[in-house]
Design a protein around this ligand. Structure first.
Ligand SMILES: CCCCC/C=C\C/C=C\C/C=C\C/C=C\CCCC(=O)SCCNC(=O)CCNC(=O)[C@H](O)C(C)(C)COP(=O)(O)OP(=O)(O)OC[C@H]1O[C@@H](n2cnc3c(N)ncnc32)[C@H](O)[C@@H]1OP(=O)(O)O
Length: 214
């Protein structure tokens, strides 16, 4: 596997896997169990944020986490070989940083998805952290920016307007679309809704990387 590009390894040409594409998780980094692990980690973080545990539970958790950190040190790999963030067959690319996004449908220049923020992404007073909302937009607009054979780009600007409180633990709707493409510049927009309520809007500028910048 080493030496193959991610597109070759994973069998898809871009990070938003099209529905119906066949991928064998056993052949991918992290294997068949990675999705369950990422889901459990997400659940653990959401649960941890919502508790005030007794002292013995706190110490036990710390000890177990230290033990896992030490065991994982032996399995460290270069970034290009890690499953975290590279498993485009799984929600949130198999990582726990971004919220759980599920693509519903997409066209050439638009995409619709559902997203659920967990308690982990809470900012305070029952509102999702504004940075987590910006993270969602950067993640989805950034990934969608590179679809349909477009070369990789990087976000140079992301403008988010918070129109209403974004609630955690609810299924929200996300729509993103290309607004304009010219030269190395791509402008994408996004809208996050809770039912009819627009929670946030985003405008982002991506610049296509030159070959020496990849
Ligand atoms: C491919 C197969 C994949 C298969 C699947 C496998 C695995 C999946 C793996 C990953 C999943 C995919 C995606 C990852 C997920 C989410 C994406 C998140 C994206 C990010 O989160 S990424 C991090 C944050 N991001 C940065 O870390 C950028 C730092 N930066 C730079 O790296 C440089 O900035 C660079 C190289 C981008 C450009 O640098 P440069 O020197 O080449 O270009 P230059 O400066 O000349 O700008 C060119 C023209 O853009 C205009 N311009 C520039 N900046 C502007 C601004 N802010 N506002 C308005 N205009 C701007 C200039 O004014 C000029 O315009 P003009 O040409 O008209 O004069």
């Amino acid at each position: 596997m080493v030496g193959l590009s991610w597109a070759e390894r994973i069998g898809v040409p871009e990070s938003f896997a099209l529905a119906g594409l066949e991928m064998d998780p056993a052949r991918l980094p992290g294997g068949t169990g990675w999705g369950e692990l990422a889901g459990e980690l997400r659940g653990y973080l959401d649960a941890l944020v919502g508790v005030d545990p007794p002292a013995d539970l706190v110490s036990e958790m710390a000890e177990q986490l230290r033990s896992w950190r030490e065991r994982l040190a032996a399995a460290r790999v270069p970034e290009r070989d890690q499953p975290w963030g590279h498993r485009v067959d799984l929600p949130a690319r198999g990582q726990a940083l971004a919220p759980h996004v599920e693509m519903l449908d997409r066209g050439d220049d638009w995409l619709e998805a559902t997203v659920v923020f967990g308690r982990f992404h809470l900012g305070g007073h029952d509102a999702v952290h504004g940075g987590a909302v910006a993270l969602l937009f950067d993640e989805v607009l950034g990934r969608f920016s590179d679809t349909h054979g477009r070369p990789a780009a990087r976000t140079v600007s992301l403008d988010v307007a918070f129109r209403a409180v974004t609630p955690p633990e609810r299924e929200l709707r996300l729509r993103v679309w290309f607004e304009r493409e010219h030269g190395r510049k791509r402008q994408l927009h996004g809208e996050l809704r809770d039912g009819d309520v627009v929670c946030a809007e985003a405008r982002a500028l991506f610049i296509v990387l030159r070959p020496d910048q990849g």
